[in-house]
Every structure is written in C-alpha cells, then in structure tokens.
Design a protein around this ligand. Structure first.
Ligand SMILES: Nc1ncnc2c1ncn2[C@@H]1O[C@H](COP(=O)(O)OP(=O)(O)OP(=O)(O)O)[C@@H](O)[C@H]1O
Ligand SMILES: [Mg+2]
Length: 170
C-alpha cells in the first residue's frame, strides 16, 4: 500500500497537483499528502492517531512518507532534498466561511463539542478557531483539521482557550 502511494505522491509532486496550498498534494480524490518539517509532520501524525482513537472527529491518518529528491536546481553538489509528508483522508466538505443559516449553526455547535472533548484530553487546540481549520462534510458532520500546533498544556492554558471557545461559538 505504502509503495504504491509513494509512486502516486511522486507523480502528484511532478505534476504539481496541489490542493488549497502549495505544500498539500492531491494523491487522488480521497487522499492528501501534507508536507512539512520532519518534526511537524511526525507531530501532526501522532496527534491525529491519538485524537481519532479518543473519538474526536478528524480525518483518518494513513501514515508518513519520506521522499529524497535530487536537488532540482541541479547545482553541485547535487544533494538529495528530503521532504516529509503526512498522508490523510481528504474530507469533502465546506469551510465555515462558506456556510450560513442552519448549516453554520450546526457546524459551530459541533466544533464547540469536539473542542471541549479535546480540552478534556488536556490538549490545547491552537489554531482550531480559525474558520479554515474546520470542514463540514457529508451528512452534516464536522471535522477538525490541522493539528500541527496542538499540544498537551497546563490547566491555565486550557482554561484560557475555553474562554476563547465560548466567545467564538453559539
Ligand atoms: N484532510 C483534509 N481534507 C480536506 N481539506 C483539507 C484537509 N486538510 C487540509 N485541507 C485544506 O487545506 C487547507 C490547509 O490545510 P491545513 O490547515 O492543514 O494547513 P496549514 O499549514 O495549517 O495552513 P494554514 O496556515 O492556512 O491553516 C485547509 O484549510 C483545508 O481547506
Ligand atoms: Mg490550517
């Protein structure tokens, strides 16, 4: 499965088949590869696995891929450039800014509920209140995305985030 995906990812990179951002590649209609530093990518993958196990509504995490490319600029000493990718399920959905009325209300309610569960795990979901970091998928189900800055945090930080959450929810 992984070998097959590596081939597909290399092709997506060469074809410059990006999705939304220049660092996210579209492997196919169901799988995205988000690139970043080894540290960020590993953290996001680990966090995704943990959150999903705990029942938080997020995309499925498929794995990590490391690709060594020869320096594309062809400048000696032709060092390979290593890039790390986090593979995940692509959610077909709308961002909060595209929603209104009952859909918007439902999305914000669900976001609040999911984020309360995250805080109960002792994790501060930094950036989760940005509209672009939630997607309302099919069947009106909300997914949280983008966990690279989420961290285990002390009580004061969790409480401070909770106040923000109340302010930006319904
Ligand atoms: N699993 C996914 N399914 C569908 N769309 C996604 C998924 N992951 C990311 N996206 C889209 O790509 C955008 C950027 O992804 P993400 O938020 O993870 O990257 P980022 O580094 O945090 O960028 P930003 O700083 O803009 O938040 C998202 O706002 C969303 O539109
Ligand atoms: Mg984001």
């Amino acid at each position: 499965m992984m070998k097959h995906l590596v081939r597909k990812l290399r092709k997506a990179i060469l074809d410059e088949r990006t999705y939304k951002k220049d660092f996210i590649y579209l492997i196919n209609e169901k799988v995205l590869a988000k690139s970043g530093s080894e540290k960020d990518v590993r953290h996001e993958y680990k966090m995704a696995k943990y959150l999903r196990k705990k029942g938080i509504s997020i995309p499925r995490a498929y794995g990590l891929i490391k690709i060594d490319f020869l320096d594309a600029k062809l400048i000696p000493p032709f060092k390979p450039v290593t890039t790390w990718f986090f593979l995940m399920e692509k959610i077909q959905g709308k961002e909060i800014k595209e929603l209104q009325g009952a859909e918007l209300k439902s999305a914000l309610r669900q976001r609040k509920r999911e984020l309360e569960k995250v805080l109960e795990l002792g994790i501060t979901p930094y950036d989760a209140l940005y509209e672009r970091n939630s997607l309302l998928g099919k069947n009106n189900k909300l997914y949280l995305i983008d966990f690279k800055s989420w961290r285990k945090a002390p009580r004061e930080k969790l409480d401070a985030f909770y106040l923000n959450l109340l302010q930006y929810s319904l």
